[in-house]
Design a protein around this ligand. Structure first.
Ligand code: ADP
Length: 199
């Protein structure tokens, strides 16, 4: 709980100092899409490409965060909002440290994604829509979750019995049915180059 006596202490080294040292413009790549759409796969491929270019990055992956930081949260509406709130706050701290941060979470609701966007400064939030038709996600079913959801073993499964708001104006729209993983990752790296986040 927030106390009245807590004040934000300005740090000596600023975000722009850290960014200059790292020779990049920090940002948060917010991957959103259905389960099995390819968020983790593509975010990892982008991280590899950026690492090769000597960029400084960090990847917050949905399932991994649920094991640690958000291990106390379930999938109720309240917990889903809290999940996103913590992830965006952590993402913001990492951006403040000068990194190019990726988060890979279904984040089905536009209102939650907008909440994350509003935390960051203009140009720092990059919504990456991993657009894969549900039939293809279901065929891929990398974690066997669609099978379980169809069998009624998982409730409130996004795309089956829980909604997904199609991103209204994502900065990057990746259509994974049309190209391979590397080409999808390259599309994102190209965006970072043309928009001046990396050299
Ligand atoms: P999510 O993180 O969105 O739940 P995953 O990345 O875990 O999805 O799983 C996506 C699966 O789809 C992986 O097994 C991946 O190898 C496969 N796949 C096939 N083609 C593509 C593509 N073009 N882009 C991304 N993933 C793809």
């Amino acid at each position: 709980m927030k106390t009245e006596n807590t004040v934000w202490h300005p740090t000596q080294i600023s975000k722009s100092d850290r960014a200059r040292l790292k020779k990049q413009r920090p940002c948060l790549l917010w991957y959103t899409g259905l389960s099995g759409s390819g968020k983790s796969t593509i975010a990892n491929a982008v991280d590899d490409l950026l690492f090769e270019r000597q960029c400084h990055t960090y990847l917050l992956d949905g399932d991994n965060v649920r094991h640690g930081l958000n291990g106390d949260l379930g999938f109720s509406d309240e917990d889903r909002v809290e999940n996103i709130r913590r992830i965006s706050q952590v993402g913001k701290l990492f951006v403040d440290s000068g990194l190019i941060v990726s988060t890979a979470f279904i984040s089905p609701f536009q209102s939650d994604r907008d909440m994350a966007r509003e935390l960051l400064e203009q140009g720092e939030f990059i919504e990456v829509f991993i657009d894969t038709p549900i039939e293809i996600c279901e065929q891929r079913d990398p974690k066997g979750l669609y099978k379980k959801a169809r069998a009624g073993e998982i409730k409130d499964f996004t795309g089956i019995d829980s909604g997904y708001d199609i991103p209204v104006k994502p900065e990057i729209h990746v259509q994974t049915a049309e190209k391979d993983i590397l080409a999808c990752a390259q599309q994102i790296v190209d965006h970072l180059k043309t928009q001046g986040y990396i050299n």
